[in-house]
Design a protein around this ligand. Structure first.
Ligand SMILES: [Zn+2]
Length: 248
């Protein structure tokens, strides 16, 4: 009974929908959040393996339990559901293409602007379907990283503690501004807010958008929040913080 699913040895941190067959994915959608035992209580449908159920529903159930008992957030059932639906939709797109003479899996080919596909070309998936291709030839990952952020300890914006073994990187404490072009740039990610030079209301509005960006950015969150604190909270009534001119 110690049947192992490939993902339990190589991809434990990920939920990769292409590792499962259609019946398994449909079964997951119907039972997300249930323990494997409860989900398979009435037996498993044809083509749904115990290994897949233990792997996926088992991991999700564990994360849900840890969330319930210890209030630790994880990527969540909705993300898994979305990943499955995204994958199934992509499989339908591939099936339609196949019916018109296309290859088995569109994303295992790189496509040029003439509609010519090269199997295993640059950016194409290898043996496993990992991406869908969006209009504009952009690729989107089908799978998601699954797991609890509890393994990451973020000391939070403004915290000073950095362990000895970490080489600190400079954390920006001021916005970058180009007064000639009317740009305020986030030094963490280069997100830019535009304003009309010498028109104060547009400048104020741009700073408002920047404040929102710093509070809501989902990448490099700690540095974005830290920058927000240093620019927008401590000196709210003070003059506009020192702005360093962009050198690039
Ligand atoms: Zn940013």
């Amino acid at each position: 009974m110690s049947e192992r699913h490939p993902s339990t040895t190589t991809l434990t941190e990920y939920f990769e929908p292409s590792l499962y067959n259609r019946q398994e994915l449909t079964f997951f959608l119907d039972h997300l959040g249930e323990s494997p035992v409860a989900a398979s209580f009435k037996g498993l449908p044809k083509h749904v393996t115990k290994a897949a159920v233990d792997d996926v529903l088992g991991r999700i159930y564990t994360f849900e339990e840890i969330k319930r008992v210890h209030h630790v957030a994880w990527s969540g059932i909705d993300d898994v559901k979305e990943s499955i639906l995204r994958y199934l939709a992509w499989m339908e797109t591939c099936a339609r293409a196949r019916a018109q003479g296309g290859p088995q899996h569109l994303s295992t080919y790189a496509w040029d602007e003439n509609g010519r596909g090269v199997k295993g070309g640059e950016g194409a998936d290898g043996g496993t379907v990992l991406t869908a291709i969006l209009p504009g030839n952009k690729r989107v990952r089908l799978g998601i990283r699954i797991g609890t952020p509890a393994s990451t300890i973020d000391m939070g914006a403004g915290a000073d503690f950095i362990p000895d073994f970490v080489t600190p990187v400079a954390v920006p404490t001021a916005l970058v501004e180009d007064k000639t072009k009317g740009l305020i740039v986030c030094p963490v990610c280069d997100w830019t807010a535009n304003y009309t030079p010498n028109r104060r209301p547009t400048y104020t509005a741009a700073r408002g958008r920047m404040a929102k960006h710093l509070k809501q950015a989902t990448n490099k969150q700690a540095n974005h929040r830290r920058l927000y604190n240093s620019v927008f909270t401590s000196g709210r009534t003070a003059p506009i913080p020192v702005i360093r001119e962009r050198t690039a």
